[in-house]
Design a protein around this ligand. Structure first.
Ligand SMILES: [Cu+2]
Length: 868
């Protein structure tokens, strides 16, 4: 019924449109041009976006238009030209809203006998559809389709969906995965349990995924917090009573279970203010919320200032009889302390959020009241494409090509964007490149930070993808692509979920100054960047903002880069926290923690038959017969050893000390012209860390991959991922136990997957406030004797200089006929942010959410506000 409104995973053309403006005459000074452009183009844009789009539509491809003789041309549109995908179907395209609705209707039909309640109305003790998403075909079937020849046409493999049911109405409530297909639903469609990709048959209900709104804890919290109101008001200046203006909120720190036999969590209280993650009050509740009968849920402990109470009564007794040892009151705990400035004293143009007293501005992103830096009132430089976009895009299949690179995009609830069938110069290099999991494990001297070990797949890095801000997150004229994810309460479409743009690195890929013919020149550094940003809770990425970058270089290198920003999960600062972080305010600390993020790199180096090569360098001391001279006959130098690792068991790897060596996948049956096996290496980039802590019960077996820098295993359809969304809550018995991938199999000339980690040892500091600056982590997938020479030498975007024929004469400059161009760039449209498009479980557009609803959905377990 909702086919017409299907939010198909296609590009919205308007998002790519940038206007073309009137051409100012030459001779004006630069700043006047800028001001002129800002005013005239901005005004013109405001008057008629549609007119500009009409003009743009007429400009097809990279050709500039000339207004009048002598005038500078407008820059050509940056809309990418059409790409030619090798096959017409993207096998990894997410389901559309209408496909999801059709599957949901099929599942809900009486003869399925699933006793389903609508996901947006279901309670804990109901059966409901938690997730529906596309399930990728087997690699064999996919390759048969992708590699078909003109003589043997192959149909795309059948499409299937993975369906997760919360079976709360079962006698033993449980979570189960099913495979439903083929799609579209019809006579042949069946469903069967999807178990072969997990190390346990089903998921205990106590380890289930989270639901939004997460109000299930409200009745319990209300029971606890109501009698405590007098005490919390006096101690922290706040209460949590289920009122709209509650001044305290709770968070629920994970994991919530060890093996699924119980569901319990520490709930720290925080002040309900902007940047609430930075306002813990030092008060912790430990609660049991096992099972589906909420009347059995209970408070187990209260911890305040290192004192432990087993009930609200015993806490109140100490509070009233004077035996409670109180935390000292410090300035930032006063809701309206003396730093409060009356609004009239605020500098102009600096709006103060009405919900944030000025004394708390430090935990917001409002610009501080400091003098502007010199010339910062001017816009900074921005890149323009004087020749139009140089990458190609097939909107229907989400297929991108650029300078010899080509790939399909996929998108999923758990980890967001993935890249498939990545080819370079016509040959497949990577079948699948996708993030798998992100852990954040904390330390502290309080019940909250000590017990925190997040696995962010649980929260859905894909469903937490956020609309990109043109001009800030990506260049304004980047191409923006939408993505849709489906949850139990409906579907969400982000119109600017992904950006694609070419980027001038402003440094040469290679360069040399020489004086013999052909020696002197440089190749310009251009890259294509495919980016998405997820904000899970506090950090912009995992309760953090994570910027996922895939950066394609001209020499055949792929840089996989991740940067994280957002709010810290702050602890309560007091002297007993020494050694576990740093004070960043009077009562706020940044707590020490590690981030480790795992990627799946399904490399296919000249086909499927690959071998893991360990290349190491080490010092040697030896003699040589030709040295009987002044230096003596003994000398010390370094030497390469090359070793093929043949067993999976030896393929969980830590980078060698001092990075003396590299790991690569090579095809030993394919040599380059110089007799070297063709290969691709995984080079550590920034921050090649693994997890510091090994053996914590809270991360016992559910993130084994984090113990290494990388690992290589046999590629199997039954081992699609190193983690699952339920791994967070099952550290003792995880659905995916990465170490079980490694069972002694021979990995010589076989289809292999590299599981590669990046991360940060986050030594928190004052400058992490209000938000951590985007810290970087990356690795490089880079050719190792794959070619006969540096492939970027074929670039036309290069220069060759030749010395003058006569002394003092001009140098020859050959730029291969590529002119950098000269044109008036398009004005940047005013920044608009429209937010998410929601669809209900029937596939119908949902009503727009209030900011409180958006906040509730975004902050998940991190801000549990009691709801009556
Ligand atoms: Cu961090």
């Amino acid at each position: 019924m909702s086919t017409g409104m299907a939010s198909k995973y296609t590009l919205l053309p308007e998002d790519n449109r940038v206007d073309v403006g009137a051409a100012p005459s030459q001779g004006l000074i630069r700043r006047v041009i800028k001001v002129f452009l800002c005013i005239t183009l901005g005004t013109a844009l405001a008057i008629g976006v549609h007119n500009f789009q009409t003009v743009l539509s007429a400009v097809d491809g990279p050709s500039a238009t000339q207004d009048e003789p002598g005038a500078v041309s407008r820059c050509p549109t940056n809309i990418p030209l059409a790409a030619s995908p090798p096959v017409p179907v993207n096998l990894w395209t997410p389901l559309t809203v209408s496909e999801t609705y059709n599957i949901s209707s099929w599942l809900s039909a009486p003869d399925r006998n699933l006793n389903l309640t609508r996901g947006d109305r279901a309670g804990l003790a109901d059966n409901f559809i938690y997730l529906i998403e596309a399930y990728p075909p087997s690699k064999t079937a996919a390759l048969a389709y992708l590699d078909q020849t003109a003589n043997s046409s192959v149909s795309p493999p059948d499409r299937y969906a993975r369906v997760t049911l919360h079976e709360g109405a079962a006698r033993e409530p449980v979570v189960r995965d099913y495979l439903v297909g083929p799609l579209p639903v019809g006579e042949d469609t069946t469903m069967r349990p999807l178990t072969e990709i997990y190390h346990r048959p089903d998921i205990p209900y106590n380890a289930r995924g989270y639901t939004v709104p997460f109000s299930e804890l409200s009745p319990l919290l209300l029971r606890i917090m109501t009698p405590l109101a007098e005490a919390t008001q006096e101690l922290f200046g706040g209460v949590a009573l289920g009122h709209a203006n509650d001044t305290l909120v709770a968070a629920a720190i994970g994991p919530y279970s060890f093996d699924g036999t119980w569901r319990r969590a520490w709930l720290p209280l925080r002040r309900n203010v902007p940047g609430q993650w930075l306002h813990p009050v030092g008060f912790f509740l430990y609660v049991d919320f096992s099972g589906t009968d909420t009347s059995n849920w209970s408070l187990l402990k209260i911890v305040y200032n290192h004192q432990i109470f087993d009930s609200t009564d015993s806490f109140l007794e100490a509070f009233h009889n004077g035996t409670l040892r109180r935390l000292p009151k410090r300035p930032d705990q006063e809701p309206h302390h003396s730093l409060l400035l009356p609004p009239s004293s605020a500098p102009p143009g600096r709006p103060i959020p009405s919900s944030a007293p000025p004394s708390l501005e430090w935990s917001t992103r409002v610009r501080p009241r400091t003098a502007p830096r010199d010339l910062s009132e001017l816009p900074g430089p921005r890149q323009i494409s004087t020749g139009g976009a140089r990458f190609r895009l097939d909107r229907a299949t989400q297929y991108i090509s650029w300078m010899g690179w080509a790939m399909y995009l996929g998108f999923g609830r758990d980890m967001g964007m993935s890249l498939w069938d990545i080819r370079f110069l016509g040959t497949r290099l990577i079948y699948e490149l996708a993030p798998q999991e992100a852990i954040a494990q904390y330390a502290g001297n309080d019940p909250m930070q000590t017990s925190t070990a997040w696995l962010d797949r649980f929260f859905g890095m894909g469903s937490a993808v956020r609309d990109l801000l043109p001009g800030y997150d990506c260049p304004a004229d980047a191409t923006y692509l939408p993505a849709t994810t489906h949850g139990h309460a409906g579907s969400l479409t982000r119109r600017r979920a992904i950006c694609v743009f070419e980027h001038d690195t402003a440094r040469p890929i290679s360069r040399h100054t020489g004086y013999a013919p052909g020696e002197f020149g440089a190749v310009k550094g251009y890259v294509l960047i495919v980016r998405s940003i997820s904000t899970v809770g506090n950090y912009d990425y995992l309760q953090r903002t994570v910027v996922f970058d895939y950066i394609f270089h001209l020499d055949g290198t792929i840089e996989v880069r991740l940067s994280a920003s957002g709010y810290l999960q702050a602890g309560y600062w007091e002297p007993a926290q020494e050694g576990y972080g740093a004070a960043i305010r009077e009562t706020t600390m940044g707590s020490l923690h590690d981030h480790v993020i795992n990627y799946k790199v399904d490399l296919d180096v000249v086909g499927l038959r690959n071998t893991l090569l360990a290349t190491r360098t080490a010092q040697e001391e030896r003699t040589a017969p030709w040295f009987d001279d002044d230096w003596g006959s003994t000398f010390v130098q370094q030497k390469i050893t090359r070793e093929y690792i043949t067993s999976e068991d030896d393929a969980r790897l830590v980078y060698p000390e001092n990075l003396q060596g590299i790991y690569a996948l090579v095809n030993i049956e394919e040599e380059n012209s110089w007799g070297m096996p063709r290969g691709y290496a995984i080079h550590p980039g920034y921050s090649p860390v693994h997890n510091t802590v090994v053996g914590s019960k809270r991360l016992l077996r559910n993130a084994n991959w984090a113990k290494y820098n990388m690992a290589v295993s046999l590629r199997k359809d039954t081992e699609p991922s190193s983690s699952s969304m339920w791994n967070l809550n099952l550290p003792g018995a995880p659905p995916v136990d990465f170490d079980q991938f490694f069972d002694g199999e021979n990995i010589t000339q076989a289809d292999l997957v590299a599981w590669v980690n990046v991360g940060t040892h986050h030594l928190t500091q004052a400058e992490d406030s209000p938000n951590t600056r985007t810290n970087l982590a990356a690795f490089f997938i880079t050719p190792l004797n794959y070619f006969d020479a540096d492939m970027s030498m074929d670039a036309l975007n290069a220069v060759l200089l030749s010395p003058p024929d006569n002394p003092g004469g001009p140098w020859g400059v050959d730029e291969y006929g590529v002119n950098m161009g000269h044109c008036v760039p398009a004005a940047i449209p005013p920044l608009e942010y429209s937010g998410v498009l929601g669809f209900d479980v029937d596939g119908k557009p949902a009503a727009a959410a209030t900011s409180e609803q958006l906040r509730r959905e975004a902050e998940m377990y991190h801000r549990i506000k009691i709801e009556l």
